[in-house]
Write a protein that binds this ligand. Sequence first.
Ligand SMILES: Cc1cc2nc3c(=O)[nH]c(=O)nc-3n(C[C@H](O)[C@H](O)[C@H](O)COP(=O)(O)OP(=O)(O)OC[C@H]3O[C@@H](n4cnc5c(N)ncnc54)[C@H](O)[C@@H]3O)c2cc1C
Length: 370
Amino acid sequence: MRHRIAVVGAGPGGLTLARVLHHLGHPVVVLERDRGPDSRPPGGTLDLHEGLGQLALDKAGLAARFRELSRPEGQAMRILDPAGTVLRDWRPRPDERANPEIDRGQLRDLLLGPLDVRWGREVTRVVPGDGALVHFADGRQETFDLVVGADGAWSRVRPAVSPVTPRYTGVTAVETSLDDVDTRHPDLAELIGDGAVAVYGVNRGIVAQRNSSGHVKVYVQLRAPLDWHAGLDLTDVEAARSALLALFDGWAQPVRDLVGRGTAFVQRPIHVLPVSHTWTHVRGVTLLGDAAHLMPPLGAGANLAMLDGAELAESVAADPDDLDAVVRAWEERMWARAGRWAAITTAGLERLVGPDPATALALFDEVQSS
Ligand SMILES: Cc1cc2nc3c(=O)[nH]c(=O)nc-3n(C[C@H](O)[C@H](O)[C@H](O)COP(=O)(O)OP(=O)(O)OC[C@H]3O[C@@H](n4cnc5c(N)ncnc54)[C@H](O)[C@@H]3O)c2cc1C
């Protein structure tokens, strides 16, 4: 029996669900708000864990191609103190494959492959009934047997199953970037190394992470009210730069340069859903990834979204007769796993951007040794 399944959102979670369904011979429709795959910058690099994102790619038949594209050397991590002293310098073994990095754009293209994505289809709401009725921003409507909300933090599908909305964590990030770092900023290339460098002070930090082709994303992390930059126009590059640098007075010059040489600044406040967010099962509608379990961005969100998608696809393909029972059982599994990671990442954010930088270092020591 072929169910009509719609996936809302062509992020890592939605695309993995669709790609595994496709791999297993089940038709699927992907509805995406963006006008096309390149209509906005894809964002920074992602590390995919062996037992999570990599496992999901394996289920999609894409493990070999991932190995060719990914950057195992990107697992390198260096921690500095604000004076610029190197506290830790982890480098992966040549055969280390636990968490290699891949650019989001490369991952998206890998997953897209033969999928038929309907671009420019913004969903405004989903109404459960006999299956689920999808309403689009352009006024159209369409019914499916199952609608999967993989539409991220501010999901428009979520209200069909849960009244909960994300809350601000008290930590915000400001993102900037450096291009052609090896030629234009060789001193900073050296500082960052092959992977990432992180510097933690009191209630703030700076993280710089290599993407492919010499591109580096730099994140200033601050424990501050959501309106901390009231009166400051972050699109005024000079004003943004000097306001940000003022927060890092007394920090070593090379560390300040990671921010000071940035050419555009974008605020990305960190919001989360409650740890262990669940809902009363609703026939015809479910959620995965950030839409279901938005958590602090500490390297788990895309991994979980992908494994959610891969496992749902496998369950649907394995037992196509009772779609509702399959979704119910899968939700229980997803909630349990996501709850564990939400607790870990929530505690992690408290330690990384908090009053005592020693707790940040201790967290890295625990993660690196596990
Ligand atoms: C700075 C940063 C670094 C991170 N690093 C990592 C990392 O290294 N590893 C990791 O695992 N995670 C990381 N994360 C978390 C990760 O980015 C997210 O958890 C992940 O992208 C969630 O995937 P998703 O598919 O659930 O949702 P999203 O990636 O948010 O995708 C949602 C999709 O739905 C579309 N959409 C939204 N609304 C609608 C609508 N109404 N109609 C139709 N389409 C819609 C969007 O355009 C988008 O394409 C990081 C996050 C941040 C902010």
